[in-house]
Design a protein around this ligand. Structure first.
Ligand code: MTE
Ligand code: MO
Length: 383
């Protein structure tokens, strides 16, 4: 494959793999702002970054189980009502490196920053599908169409040189409330090449793997996508399954991400003098569920207190407030007095009262996805 035309990137990113380019920001950069700057937004790729240089000739082909297949040009997409959706994108592999410490897993290693929050601007997929005659809130079409598949123009070795692809149910794609976007803007700027220029899918509340970048084709199908990343990757297996006994077809592709949180103001091992410590991080849940609470412990999990949380800086976040960005993370902050070596722990509770597992061992899985175990920082007293 050809990696000679990669875009330039911020030098402060932590590069987890160079080709394909996979990188995340440093922890502190991640929680410096509610909306993650584009240059500090994690980049997750499976091949070289495609180049689309003639925007007038670029089109998305909508095809499959529909009467009139159609090429949609950017001018057709731009004409549709424009929506801004603040949504957190999280890779299912976020925190994979820590899962490997229990038992080795397969995949690109990530610290806690394979996640970011952006304001995505674009057309609603429900409006795009209406253009080709598919009604809002359709569960199944007379043709048997039940899934919407997104096919990219990139080339991945997992697909034997073919494009990255994924699908979502038609019901989600045609539900305007699900806020699925064909996005052409990120934080008010034209989407850049790393993040999917000229057009990408954003599926809020769902693992990043379904938000296909560099969209080439939308295929209406009876079955979910049969591609590698849907059928043989991004599935959650129990700890008993390993590479010698895995049966991919026994599990469903992961969609919503579970409740997650991480401390971003401290390294895994934090050296300090006795005194005050600031604990800052993020919490997020999938499916549009809000964050009810973030519990923090400075005695390794024996006793807990609540962190303060916010989306808009200076405005306390209340989990059921209608003005919240429902697809977005919340940032949290707490302060404590530390006099001796200890573990600082954070865990979040979402609006459905879902909680995070205490240990990574109970959710260990061979692909190392969805590490949502309590986030622990080891504090040592010294210089
Ligand atoms: N789309 C294409 N075409 N190719 C890819 O490799 N990676 C997916 C998804 N969409 C990918 C893709 C994965 S696994 C994630 S987590 C997100 O894009 C990452 O999006 P980002 O790089 O904009 O952060
Ligand atoms: Mo991902």
């Amino acid at each position: 494959s050809d990696y000679t035309n990669e875009p330039s990137r911020h030098p402060d990113l932590v590069v987890n793999s160079k080709e394909p380019f996979n990188a995340e920001p440093r922890r502190l950069h991640l929680v410096s702002s509610y909306v993650t700057p584009v240059e500090f937004f994690y980049k997750r790729n499976h091949g070289p970054i495609p180049i689309v240089d003639d925007i007038d000739r670029y089109s998305v082909t909508v095809t499959g189980l529909i009467e009139n297949p159609k090429d949609l040009y950017m001018k057709d997409i731009w004409k549709l009502p424009k929506y801004f959706v603040t949504a957190t994108l999280q890779c299912a592999g976020n925190r994979r490196t820590a899962m490997s410490k229990t038992r080795k897993v397969k995949g690109v290693g990530w610290d806690v920053a394979a996640i970011g929050n952006a304001v995505w601007g674009g057309a609603k997929l429900a409006d795009v599908l209406e253009l080709i005659g598919i009604r809002k809130n359709s569960n199944v079409l007379p043709s048997g169409g039940k899934h919407v598949e997104f096919i990219s123009i990139d080339k991945c070795k997992e697909e034997n040189g073919g494009p990255y692809k994924a699908s979502i149910p038609l019901s989600q794609a045609t539900n305007p409330e699900a806020d699925v976007l064909l996005a052409y803007e990120m934080n008010g700027e034209t989407l850049n090449r790393d993040h999917g220029y000229p057009l990408r899918v954003i599926v809020p509340g769902v693992i990043g793997a379904r938000s296909v970048k560099w969209l080439d084709c939308i295929n209406i199908a009876a079955e979910e996508c049969q591609g590698f990343f849907v059928q043989r990757d991004y599935k959650m297996f129990p700890p008993s399954v390993d590479w010698d006994n895995i049966k991919w077809s026994t599990r469903r592709p992961q969609m919503d991400f579970p409740v997650q949180c991480a401390i971003c103001s401290l390294a895994d091992v934090h050296m300090m003098k006795p005194g005050k410590i600031k604990i800052k991080g993020y919490a997020a849940s999938g499916g549009g569920r809000g964050i009810e609470r973030i519990d923090v412990s400075v005695d390794g999990g024996k006793t807990w207190f609540e962190a303060s949380k916010f989306q808009k800086p200076g405005v306390p976040y209340v989990s059921d407030d209608a003005s919240n960005d429902k697809w977005a993370w919340v940032l949290f902050e707490a302060e404590a007095e530390i006099s001796q070596g200890t573990d600082i722990v954070a865990k979040a509770v979402d609006s459905a009262a879902n909680v995070q597992p205490e240990n990574v061992a109970v959710i260990w899985n061979l692909r190392g996805i969805l590490n949502t175990s309590w986030h622990r920082i080891n504090v040592r007293i010294g210089h």
